[in-house]
Design a protein around this ligand. Structure first.
Ligand code: BGC
Length: 763
């Protein structure tokens, strides 16, 4: 390997000299990207223009094409394409020798020596797997999430990857949608904060550093609103909701410096995202001044024919290119049609030049021209001790304690534990969806974690082979074990394949015979801890009644079992809070905390459960309010919810003022006290309601939060800030405004927070 690397390096040096002549000053690009005061153009702009001006049409089209890689060696066919400059990026190649060879062919054997960008879905880890993004979001910890993304970038880049298709920041209000696992939940503010943290983690401080990888804000936009939660389905998002709910995380990604975007598969009211000029030209480039580039989703230009908005591949390419999608992933509608489109005047030369310009700019920023190869000593840096420690911390902070009757948890070490359930020892399944490179041999399962802590003070019986097992063959052994123990820990959930892309579910109960086994185990009279390892909120309302304690662990990644053991045994105190509303039954979906009040809001005092309604009750005797007669109007668990082994008390809420101007910053202070017996970390949340608006406003909106660590008995004065400008929304005329008027503000431990104060905004 060393020999061939040295050869590559020698050849690379020759090429570097050549490029250096063509593009003067390139080697110093990152330090001298200063603006010419007269022309407003930077040296980087000039280098891009120099290169662009030398390119043939075929080479330009090449930059706009991303092809699939992989395989034991780089095929001759691919090398030939690279030589002709016909490929701009390759995805799914993770072998460094192949990648170095690919770059060698580009820089040495192609006319202009332009390297390709190697891309891969590094969604929540590379070899070391972090919790699924929805789980990470439950930590409400931007710093930790940034660290995790930095580690993922370090591992992935040591495999030659310089571009990930993450973060996925689609607002997800529907637990049926399999891709909710990949999202950061239902809230625009939380998703914006955490998505920006991921961007910073992946891209690092300097993109040209070889451990930095490009982030990609996806899927622009509205993909999470798939009708019925069925993946790829059409979406109907009113313009105001698009602006106020779905777009803010993407704007935050731009502000955090994200350099690429991906177009969604979905259409919004008939216009597929991939052909959406409004999104990519008006919003992204004109309004937000984004100057990176946009990649399509896999075959999404080609799919414009399936959407029925393009008659053939040529028209599909025309619509995607004109909408502002720079690069086509996997299919070849661009490659095969751009020449004809130009000839017929259906796409302008300037549109192509601009698309290529934006791609080249990012390639320069990545430092690919200076450093196309990865040196042997920098290759394959995986699963270092500090990476595993960070993954464990992320898993610990992602777990949400939903129920803890009689303070069953933490379990004392003197108790005999019966570990049961289909997810208790599944090194692969606990990694979750989108883990192409995840190494399940590194996984610490709940069985490993508890065994290490408890030794033979515990017993294990799967009960069910996998989460979907329907027969009861393992029940007897599991019940026998439970009877011999003091406490049952049941690891339930869904296998990783049951969530993720194209894996939507219409019924989101625990699959297989899990509910039946839990009921059997409960008959033993032993206290039962239900641990749920899943890619989405599952409807555990009814079965949750059989549990004395519930820990929602999501798919927790490599170190999930070690983190879980710490939580169950009290070495760590749970601090996770739900980033998404948990419905009681699937029919309540979509259900989110920031809903509208309606003209007939639900009334807690007038709701009669369906089975309590008297026979032949007169039609109006039950009142006329917005609820379900069989499921009410409240969720199983609200957004922001999560318990701890200790208790927190909020009091003394005070504002620094009562009236604010639009450019003021509100400061809310309150006392947060740990009134329980354990040290802990509380995620204190601030919600606001705009009481009267030009259009109806949500009943509550998250506007800030803080992670506060408190020793048992300790109290702290906490201050959260809210720039009044952050109260803006889009009015009837679709103008973004902060309206003068009265607001309520709550602080507390979840979206049902009750400690309230009020303020007024003036002109
Ligand atoms: C997904 C994207 C992903 C791409 C490349 C598509 O099917 O929608 O999120 O990045 O594949 O693997």
């Amino acid at each position: 390997m060393h020999q061939s690397y040295n050869k590559l390096r020698e050849m690379g040096n020759t090429i570097k000299i050549f490029i250096g002549l063509v593009l003067t000053g390139l080697m110093m690009f990152s330090s001298c990207n200063t603006k010419d005061v007269k022309t407003g153009s930077t040296e980087l702009d000039q280098r891009v223009e120099d290169l662009l001006s030398q390119m043939t049409l075929e080479e330009k089209i090449g930059q706009m094409s991303q092809v699939n890689g992989g395989g034991p060696v780089v095929s001759e066919e691919m090398k030939e394409e690279l030589r002709k400059g016909k490929i701009g990026s390759i995805l799914n190649e993770v072998n460094v020798e192949n990648i170095n060879e690919i770059q060698r062919v580009c820089v040495e054997e192609s006319r202009l020596g332009i390297p390709v960008i190697i891309a891969r879905d590094v969604i929540h880890g590379f070899k070391t797997v972090f919790p699924i993004p929805l789980g990470q979001a439950a930590s409400w910890n931007p710093e930790l999430i940034q660290e995790g993304s930095r580690i993922s970038a370090a591992e992935a880049s040591s495999s030659g990857i310089r571009w990930t298709f993450a973060p996925m920041i689609d607002i997800s209000r529907d637990a049926r949608w399999g891709r909710i696992a990949e999202s950061l939940g239902e809230d625009p503010y939380l998703s914006a904060q955490l998505g920006a943290a991921m961007v910073k983690g992946f891209q690092g401080e300097d993109l040209s550093n070889e451990t930095s990888i490009l982030a990609c804000a996806k899927h622009f936009a509205g993909y999470g609103a798939a009708e019925g939660g069925r993946d790829y389905n059409t979406t109907l998002i009113p313009p105001r909701e698009l602006r106020d709910i779905y777009l803010p995380p993407f704007k935050a990604a731009v502000d955090a410096g994200v350099r690429t975007f991906m177009a969604g598969f979905n259409d919004i009211d008939g216009i597929p995202a991939t052909a959406n000029e409004f999104l990519f030209r008006q919003v992204l480039r004109e309004e937000w001044k984004f100057d990176g580039f946009v990649v399509s989703d896999w075959a999404s230009p080609w799919e414009l024919m399936n959407h029925g908005i393009a008659a053939d591949e040529k028209e599909a390419a025309q619509r995607a290119i004109n909408a502002g999608v720079n690069m086509e992933m996997a299919t070849t509608t661009y490659k095969d049609n751009i020449e004809a489109l130009l000839k017929e005047g259906l796409v302008s030369e300037e549109t192509i030049n601009q698309a290529v310009r934006e791609i080249l700019r990012v390639k320069f920023e990545l430092g690919l021209f200076e450093n196309p190869y990865l040196a042997p000593e920098k290759q394959y840096q995986f699963a270092k001790a500090e990476y595993l420690a960070s993954a464990k911390e992320a898993a610990t902070q992602s777990m949400v304690l939903l129920k803890n009757e009689q303070q069953l948890l933490p379990i004392s070490k003197s108790q005999k534990v019966a570990l049961i359930g289909p997810m208790a020892d599944q090194p692969y399944e606990q990694l979750g969806t989108w883990i192409f490179d995840g190494d399940s041999t590194l996984s610490v399962t709940p069985l490993d974690g508890l065994k290490q802590a408890l030794g033979n003070k515990m017993g294990f019986a799967k009960g069910l082979a996998i989460s979907r097992t329907r027969h009861h063959k393992g029940f007897k052994e599991a019940v026998r074990l439970a009877k011999r123990s003091d406490v049952i820990v049941f690891c339930a959930g869904e296998e990783s394949i049951l969530s993720g892309e194209a894996h939507s579910r219409a019924n989101i109960d625990l699959p297989g015979a899990q509910n039946e086994l839990i009921k059997e185990l409960k008959k033993t009279g032993k206290p039962l801890v239900l641990v749920v390892m899943a890619g989405r909120p599952l409807t555990i309302g009814e079965i949750g009644e059989y549990a004395d304690a519930i820990v929602y662990a999501w798919h927790p990644g490599t170190m999930g079992g070690a983190a879980l053991a710490d939580i169950l045994l009290g070495k760590a105190n749970p601090s996770g809070k739900l980033p998404v509303t948990f419905p009681k039954v699937v029919g309540q979906i979509p259900m989110h905390y920031n809903h509208k009040n309606t003209g007939r809001p639900a009334n807690p005092n007038s709701w009669t459960q369906m089975y309590d309604i008297p026979v032949k009750a007169p039609q109006t005797s039950l009142g006329n309010e917005s609820h379900y007669i069989d499921a009410g109007y409240t969720p199983l668990y609200p957004f922001g919810y999560g318990l701890s082994y200790t208790q927190y008390e909020y009091s003394n809420v005070v504002l620094n003022n009562s009236v604010y101007a639009i450019d003021d910053t509100l400061k809310v202070s309150f006392t947060l006290k740990n009134t329980g017996k354990y040290d802990g970390t509380e995620i204190a949340q601030m919600y606001v309601r705009d009481l009267v608006g030009n259009v109806s406003r949500p009943v509550k909106e998250l506007k800030g939060f803080a992670r506060v660590s408190l020793k048992a008995g300790e109290q702290k004065e906490i201050t959260l800030e809210l720039p009044i400008a952050n109260l803006s929304f889009h009015n009837e005329k679709m103008e973004e405004v902060v309206e003068p008027g009265d607001f309520n503000l709550w602080v507390g431990g979840d979206s049902n927070a009750e400690l309230m104060t009020s303020f007024t905004v003036t002109k």
